[in-house]
Design a protein around this ligand. Structure first.
Ligand SMILES: C[S@@+](CC[C@H](N)C(=O)[O-])C[C@H]1O[C@@H](n2cnc3c(N)ncnc32)[C@H](O)[C@@H]1O
Length: 225
């Protein structure tokens, strides 16, 4: 595991409760799950990659679908076990998924690839393509601007957190190159996001959000060819 991934895993272990308390319920994120629901059958297997505390993906899909939540932070998985007891939870790394080819009908990855170093993003998206059956659906969020960096005291937790993402066009190209057709994409407000210079926003500073999130996060909907 690279240094950044190890640091991110340890950081989520240290600030899981704080992140959960600050994680906002963005209505757009929850409603985008309808795009997945509309394309898969009841009972279909869905991977929530970087599931964190289990919201909004695993919690939103488990009533009808067979959701496997994957995360490398044991503390995040502990929260998810309380929030979505019906989901299967697995400890693992998105860059090297321990699942068979064609194992899932859908993969959702909300705000997780943004922590993986950019040189590994293509490998992560390639893993999502591998574990999806042809015709399967990917719903993935990435970064709204080309940026890599860290915050030494994210969410006033005393814990350093790191991010790394390319601009949305580069992410779209990686998705296509991995074997997907991009069906649609949207920009969604991220209250725990970054401004146009990559600076981490303060979720308690209303001025940071005046007029809405200055950048937002792109969410891509794609179908495995
Ligand atoms: C910002 S949280 C998002 C959690 C949840 N998906 C949500 O929307 O709130 C990012 C999650 O991705 C996980 N994560 C980051 N990199 C990962 C990797 N390489 N493999 C597995 N999990 C990873 C972190 O542990 C963390 O739980």
């Amino acid at each position: 595991m690279t240094d950044q991934r190890e640091r991110v895993r340890e950081a989520y272990d240290d600030l899981a409760e704080t992140h959960f308390a600050e994680r906002s319920e963005e209505p757009a994120e929850a409603s985008l799950l309808d795009e997945v629901r509309d394309r898969i059958a009841a009972g279909a297997r869905v991977l929530d990659a970087g599931c964190g505390q289990g919201t909004p993906v695993a919690s939103g899909l488990t009533p009808i679908h067979d959701v496997i939540g994957l995360d490398f932070s044991i503390e995040q998985l502990g929260l998810a076990a309380d929030v979505v007891p019906r989901a299967d939870l697995v400890r693992g790394d998105m860059t090297d998924l321990g699942f068979d080819d064609d194992a899932f009908e859908a993969v959702c990855a909300y705000h997780s690839i943004i922590h993986v170093p950019v040189p590994d993003h293509a490998a992560v998206i390639g893993e999502f393509a591998r574990v999806l059956r042809p015709g399967g659906v990917l719903l993935l969020s990435s970064g709204g601007t080309d940026w890599a960096g860290s915050h030494p005291d994210w969410l006033d937790s005393g814990v350093e957190m790191a991010w790394s993402f390319p601009d949305p066009e580069e992410t779209r190209e990686m998705i296509v190159d991995a074997g997907f057709d991009v069906l649609d994409w949207w920009i969604v407000t991220d209250r725990l996001g970054h401004d146009e210079d990559g600076e981490v926003l303060d979720p308690d500073d209303p001025d940071a959000y005046e007029g809405g999130d200055p950048v937002g996060k792109p969410f891509f909907l794609a179908e495995r060819r």
